[in-house]
Design a protein around this ligand. Structure first.
Ligand code: CP
Length: 334
């Protein structure tokens, strides 16, 4: 006879002491990490631990989102974010609808607001949206009752990427206080860098950003005023000196026609993360990259596939982190 599981065996287990010491989850939407308190980030990380336990079971499915509808709406290409959100929602037993702008009525002139109204009329509870315009998810929240998850908006923010990066760092380093994290690459155009700066500094890490001055966002001096733990280190060897965490960013080749770099060759010569440069960091430093990687441009293949690389772990952790976020948005901690 088939074993019938008790209800609580089917649910992810978040340690009661964490729920007791954390303010109730306040977020109806996940737009960026600038409005996340450290205790809320810790709640996401603890909930992710519970989701990893679910993913280690023979049947990686729990019924906590049964009856809920999650819609992914992508106006830009994505491999990791989209597939991991869809897997996450399915693992939580949600009904999942996947829409890409190219295959929707957007091509016939439907506006973002119309699309969202349509999704809401279809019964969406959570919409996961990637959009090329910074701020698009914020506008969307004014036109819908469903929860909005920002899966990347223009140059602005990619909060779920930063949370999976934080989770991966915590797995290797045990915490964040006193860690030296270096972010190397196209900071100006990077939503990943921005969200990571919020998350890492909130959790107590020191952050250095390393890139040519042309790839620094205007106003980073203003950011530094608010983030005394963010340092600008234009020279890669000194930036890497003593680092615990090294994050390289995709050089957005599609943006390099704008004259911000003399040439890709010059960038590779001065900023590629090579084995020789990585040797300046601590011996147990870990290397992250949000993907997709331009092999042998921002990072050498040897480093990307080397023993310090946690790039594949980041992708794997993305599913558990996104399960945790969908669970919390659906009221899991209440
Ligand atoms: N890191 C990231 O956002 O990757 P995708 O563009 O493949 O989703």
């Amino acid at each position: 006879m088939r074993e019938v599981k008790q209800k609580d065996e089917l649910a992810p287990e978040v340690r009661p002491e964490i729920l007791a010491t954390t303010p109730v989850w306040q977020h109806r939407h996940i737009l960026d990490l600038d409005d996340f308190a450290p205790a809320e980030i810790e709640l996401v990380l603890e909930t992710t631990d519970a989701m990893k336990e679910v993913l280690s079971r023979p049947i990686k499915k729990v019924p906590v989102l049964r009856g809920k509808t999650v819609i992914t709406l992508f106006y830009e290409p994505s491999t990791r974010t989209r597939s991991s959100f869809e897997l996450a929602a399915k693992n939580l037993s949600a009904d999942v609808i996947s829409l890409s702008a190219q295959a929707s009525s957007t091509v016939k002139g439907e506006s973002l607001v119309d699309t969202l109204a349509t999704l809401e009329a279809l019964g969406a509870d959570i919409v996961v949206m990637r959009h090329s315009y910074s701020g698009a998810p914020y506008i969307a929240t004014r036109h819908m009752r469903a929860s909005m998850v920002n899966a990347g908006d223009g140059w602005h923010a990619h909060p779920t990427q930063a949370l999976l990066d934080l989770y991966t760092i915590r797995e290797h380093k045990g915490g964040f206080k006193g860690l030296k994290a270096v972010i190397i690459g196209d900071i100006k155009h990077s939503r990943v860098a921005r969200s990571n700066i919020w998350g890492l500094t909130a959790m107590g890490a020191e952050v250095s950003v390393c890139c040519p001055f042309t790839l620094l966002p205007a106003g980073l001096d203003v950011v530094q005023h608010h983030f005394p733990k963010v340092h600008i280190e234009p020279e890669i060897e000194s930036a890497l000196c003593g680092a615990d965490v090294v994050m390289t960013l995709r050089l957005q080749l599609e943006r390099q026609q704008s004259g911000l770099l003399p040439s890709i060759r010059e960038y590779v010569k001065l900023y590629q993360l090579t084995e020789a440069r990585l040797a300046k960091a601590k011996a147990d430093a870990i290397v992250l990259h949000p993907g997709p990687v331009n092999e042998d441009i921002e990072i050498s293949l040897a480093v990307a596939q080397g023993p310090q690389s946690v790039i594949n772990e980041q992708i794997t952790n993305g599913v558990a982190v996104r399960m945790a976020l969908l669970y919390l948005l659906a009221g899991g901690s209440r």
